[in-house]
Ligand binder design. Sequence first.
Ligand SMILES: [Zn+2]
Length: 334
Amino acid sequence: MSFREIYGQEHAIDLLNQAVQRDRMPHAWLFTGQANIGKYKTAVALAQKLNCRKCGEDACGECDICFQIAEQNFLDFQVLIPDGKFIKIDQIRKSLNWLHLHPDQAKKRVLILDGAQHLGREAANAFLKTLEEPAPNTLLILIADSSQQLLETIVSRCQQIRFRPLTEEISERILRDTTNLSTARIQLLSSFSMGSVNVNLAERLELMETVQQTAIHWLTTFSAATLEEMLRTCETWAKSKNEEWRLLLDFLETWFRDLTWLFRGLPEEKLINQTVGSDENCISSLRKSGEHFTLQQIFEIFGLIAESRRTIELNANKSLAVESLCLQMYRRVV
Ligand SMILES: [Zn+2]
């Protein structure tokens, strides 16, 4: 992985290149932004660039060091991810000891903390000491969704780069390059991914299509009978391990975003939900569904969706949270 293979994050890569060129590399970077937009890939590409044998403008991606870093098989490169729910104190201690050793072959020893928001309290404090007294020839790269999830004392000792959501064009381009999916399915995937590229979702396309079709049936009729059907389905979804409930929340967000577009008379080609399944046209369904809502109600529904996500993240009863979302939506409108 080299910088030229990362799409849509030119701003971040420019900042990193400038730091290298001007010899102003901080001892710790903090990469923030939503999941699956290239933060980790950029971190690996930076480690390669700093250590590549060819010392070019970008990592060559082919020398033994670039290769070993990509394989996480290089003595001077480590990636730390949560062990269970947290990055634990023992993990941090081991890595920090390693970090303080003299680099074996590298110009810079690089430690990536992927999921830095999961640092436990003790681990965060141990880590803070290293940030205050960094070892020479080392680089730390922390990756998190948002800086608000980290201790302020950690954030203030890192140089932060905010990664941007991907445009639909870019996420579709990445999916075209990395999968063999049809154009319609690529569009569906990129609309569900909302500014990111989640290749794992490709394996779940059928499931996504089922969720989409079930929800659209409900959203276009919005009657007591279809509400009951929807609630029953939600109950089974919340119990299954496939996370249909998450796909449902993602889908509802795209659907109501599209309705606000339609209400404002914006061009139809900008709608996320243009097709259902592989080819069935979706725009007439959107119009039909739009008859049930006002713009004000839609904004309230966005709030309800966000609230359901938070409740579920706090390990609440998924079935109850998703059902109560559907019920609240229904009550608001009818
Ligand atoms: Zn190389």
